[in-house]
Ligand binder design. Structure first.
Ligand code: BDP
Length: 699
């Protein structure tokens, strides 16, 4: 009897193995390398046939370098999506031409769209049908080369996500001029706060050998409309400005150029003395100014379209102008003068805090920068993190936004999830970024959202910029966690247009990355949309922040850092027998008054402060009543409990999709969600046990 059973089960296993081998779609190897550019075959035959009829041949008319990229992408994308090769034509040879062209190309210039294209600018594009020589065509047109590239990717995205192209009339342009990734990559190949392997720039092989992967990196960015990358860590090694490294950066720049991506470098402010042999790096010293001018000339000789410098100065031990009793403006302007003749910019970071510990660290950037408004050169951009502390799971917006009307302010978001579970937790960041963009600063009265400040709508400047601290690395799937790629994706799309919704971005990312099956798309969308609030709930609910230690991953509410109080958790939560939270009201640190009214007044009063930010602004007794009628303690217990339950539900929800997506990626995500659920429970247990030590209440 046992022998028969065994024989039977071997037969069934064999049958399963054979059946699996016979499923062609599922057999496609999926390791995540293709990101959202998978171009999986369109399953809906009617839709696919419609696309095939609309696109029977491709005509590309733009610069050879970018045109070749466009042609290659279309060949790859259309073959994948339509399941058939679409020939390339030199002219509109019949009905169904897909024309990609710039304004001066023979076909586009004859269409009379010049005024619209001009208005949309060199990065904007139009996609619409036209009659060309009596033949039906679909045209992607732009004033510039980059716009034609972005328009091509946009069309491929529409096809990939199953949008009807019968009546297309797309007119689009980016809302920020500089849309950059900031790589915190070190010259030794490690990445500060990188959780997906090593640096993609193989410095040791450059400039002689170019890793072909750099093309795919640039492609992925171009597909989102990102147009630049800062190559090295803001904690900058001055060696990156030496001739050898400039040559390496130039090789990367040459690779990125046809994709519309410029390179930028983080500059170490002390470089004139550390690598230049000068006695000082004082920005008002003529020899120092001359050194930077010569350095800029050297860089622009190698990289004619070099974007400019990113600088972290007088922050966390980095050198800066204050070392010489000069201001941030003195430092920034010196560099700005050096790159100005070549059209470069200086992105000067506002992430600063005092060498001597501030009574409330979050006030520091505003105190140092707002008085300098109006003193920066027009090619200086003050780059400011979304919140005044440091990429916490939830912070209010940074009060510098709107408070420096004469200075362009770049938004700095962090894509790499330093404080949000790194590459282990699934946390979709778009809802967090949207919350930030949509907050009303009241800087110019109601409706003065952060988005409108950052994109220059309310305070017009010569240049607008947005930066995201990258989460990419040498891992095969680029970002470690397959879902972390959604954050790269969402950042790029929001940099293009911050009014896109989290839900729409999740939907389009999922369709391109995983599957187009509506019920699966919906299930994954739900999982993603709830993930950020789940993370806040199980880590730092009700406005708590910085409950971490050294690696910024593990739960550590008890952390007291001996080196600096403001690197501790206790500095921020201030728990005691009587209550918890940081008093930033007028009776406390007064940080509320860095905001415009009525925000300042609202946030000065706990009853008019959103509960999501309650303990950010207030120190409250444990029995303080929340809107729900619960005490503060009960509310904390509820949030932690809910968060841990949400993480457990995420694991279950994903498990249910086992057969709906490919096995390799499903398993990798499942393993991480298991860890996330374990971590979430650990956060709940440790935080509640710790705070109960003060509240003396049960949970
Ligand atoms: C903090 C990081 C640190 C960065 C710093 C910065 O922990 O590694 O150098 O920000 O933004 O979040 O400069």
């Amino acid at each position: 009897m046992p022998a028969t059973v065994r024989a039977h089960s071997w037969r069934s296993i064999l049958a399963v193995v054979l059946a699996l081998a016979a499923v062609p779609a599922a057999a496609r190897a999926e390791d995540g390398y293709d990101l959202w550019l998978r171009y999986a075959p369109i399953e809906n035959a009617a839709l696919r046939d419609g696309y095939r009829r609309a696109i029977a041949g491709v005509v590309v008319q733009q610069s050879p370098a970018t045109g070749a990229i466009v042609a290659r992408e279309l060949a790859r994308g259309l073959t994948g999506l339509l399941g058939t090769e679409v020939p390339s034509w030199t002219t509109v040879a019949g009905d169904g031409a897909l024309v990609v062209g710039t304004a001066t190309s023979s076909i586009v210039s004859a269409l009379g769209w010049g005024a619209v294209l001009k208005q949309l600018g060199p990065e904007g594009f139009v996609i619409r049908s036209a009659r060309i020589g009596g033949r039906r065509a679909l045209v992607v047109a732009s004033e510039g080369d980059r716009g034609a590239l972005y328009g091509t990717f946009h069309l491929l995205r529409l096809l990939s996500t199953g949008v009807s192209i019968a009546q297309l009339d797309v007119r689009d342009r980016p809302r920020h001029q500089l849309r950059l990734l900031n790589h915190w990559d070190n010259l030794n190949g490690s990445i500060e706060r990188g959780y997906a392997g090593r640096s993609l720039w193989k410095w040791e092989e450059l400039p002689a050998a170019i890793d072909p992967r750099l093309h795919d990196y640039a492609r992925a960015n171009a597909s989102l409309g990102l147009n630049g990358a800062v190559l090295n860590n803001v904690n900058a090694n001055a060696q990156s400005l030496t001739a050898g490294y400039i040559a390496k950066a130039a090789a990367i720049a040459d690779t990125f150029r046809p994709y519309g991506m410029k390179v930028y470098l983080s500059a170490n402010f002390a470089a004139p003395s550390s690598i230049g042999g000068l006695k000082t790096a004082d920005p008002l010293d003529p020899a120092v100014r001359q050194w930077w001018k010569a350095k800029a000339a050297e860089i622009y000789k190698a990289i004619p379209d070099f974007g400019g410098f990113l600088v972290k100065a007088n922050s966390e031990g980095q050198p800066g102008p204050q070392d010489y009793q000069r201001t941030h403006a003195d430092g920034a302007n010196m560099l700005a003068d050096a790159v100005k003749p070549y059209g470069g910019v200086v992105m000067w970071r506002a992430f600063v805090y005092d060498a001597s510990v501030d009574p409330d660290r979050i006030k520091r950037a505003y105190l140092e920068f707002v008085p300098l408004d109006g003193t920066f050169r027009d090619n200086v951009i003050v780059q400011t993190k979304n919140g005044p502390l440091d990429f916490m799971p939830r912070e209010p917006y940074h009060p510098v936004f709107g408070a420096m009307p004469k200075t362009p302010n770049a938004v700095e978001l962090q894509i790499t999830q330093e404080y949000l579970g790194q590459s282990t937790h699934l946390v979709y960041l778009a809802p967090m970024w949207k919350e930030f963009f949509e907050t009303d600063t009241f800087a110019r009265g109601p409706g003065s959202t952060v988005a409108k400040i950052a994109d220059g709508t309310l305070q017009r400047h010569g240049v607008t910029a947005i930066a995201g601290v990258a989460n990419t690395g040498s891992d095969r799937n680029w970002t470690g966690h397959a879902f972390a790629a959604a954050n790269w994706y969402a950042f790029g799309r929001l940099a293009w247009n911050p009014s896109l919704t989290s839900e729409a971005l999740a939907d389009e990312w999922i369709r391109q990355t995983w599957t187009r099956r509506p019920e699966t798309v919906q299930a994954i969308t739900r999982l993603m949309l709830g993930s950020r609030e789940a993370f806040v709930n199980y880590t730092m609910p009700l406005g708590l922040h910085h409950l971490i230690g050294g690696d910024h991953y593990a739960v550590m509410p008890e952390n007291e850092d001996k080196r600096r109080p403001d690197w501790s958790a206790v500095y921020y939560h201030r728990a005691s027998a009587t209550g918890v939270g940081f008093d930033r009201t007028r009776r406390g640190s007064g940080a509320v008054d860095q905001y415009f009214k009525p925000n300042a007044d609202r946030w000065n009063d706990p009853t008019t402060t959103p509960e999501t930010l309650l303990l950010w602004f207030h120190h409250l007794p444990w029995d303080y009543r929340l809107a729900s009628g619960q005490t503060l303690w009960q509310g904390l217990v509820a949030h932690y409990g809910q968060g841990a339950a949400q993480a457990a539900q995420m694991e279950t929800a994903w498990a249910a999709l086992k057969d709906a997506v490919d096995g390799e990626r499903h398993a990798a995500v499942a393993a991480r969600l298991r860890q996330q659920a374990i971590d979430a429970a650990a956060w709940r247990d440790k935080c509640l046990a710790y705070f109960a030590g003060f509240s003396q209440q049960p949970y």
